[in-house]
Write a protein that binds this ligand. Structure first.
Ligand SMILES: [Zn+2]
Ligand SMILES: [Zn+2]
Length: 170
């Protein structure tokens, strides 16, 4: 059975690091990561738009009986709250699916935190697989933290091989 399309949590041994690649190779890696990064940003935008729409709809549905007391909207409000919560959960799910991509250079899962800072590519002070309190990067001073499945940093560099993947970050 082929498992080439499956992203497993198994760590792949890194054979080449950022400094081992030529300028052309690095450009090629960045190029191959571009569609993934753009898809991720698109999903993030959709997710944000859903949440924003729901908040707006909730505000409106609450405001309507205030402005027009004659209109009974208790049912509508209930519908919006219920639908809104569902949509929020759905959008969070979309947003959380995005980190399941892997590095095109070393093929490791980018969601893990390993050796290098995903924000600047500098070597992180200590190696921890599950940094509950985050790791403070000495170079860019960002706190590299994943808490309750939420990522508090952007992925610009691969944390396993330090190859630059995206300028904007995902
Ligand atoms: Zn890598
Ligand atoms: Zn850094």
């Amino acid at each position: 059975m082929s498992s080439t399309n499956l992203i497993t949590s198994k760590e792949i041994v890194v054979k080449r690091f950022a400094s081992d690649y030529s300028h052309e190779e690095l450009l090629g890696i960045k190029k191959s990561f571009k569609p993934v990064a753009e898809m991720s940003r698109r999903r993030q935008k959709i997710s944000n738009a859903i949440v924003l729409t729901i908040i707006l709809a909730l505000v409106i549905s609450v405001a309507i009986p205030e402005i027009f007391p004659a209109v009974s909207v208790s049912l509508t409000t209930g519908f919006w709250i219920f639908g809104g919560l569902l949509a929020c959960l759905f959008s969070l799910l979309i947003a959380n699916l995005t980190p399941l991509f892997k590095c095109p250079a070393c093929e490791n899962r980018l969601y893990n935190i390993k050796k290098y800072c995903p924000e600047c590519g500098n070597q992180l002070p200590t190696v921890r697989h599950f940094p509950q309190d985050g790791l403070r990067c000495e170079k860019c001073n960002k706190n590299i933290l994943i808490r309750k499945g939420k990522r508090y940093f952007k992925i610009k560099f691969c944390t396993f091989c330090a190859v630059k993947l995206d300028d904007q970050g995902v």
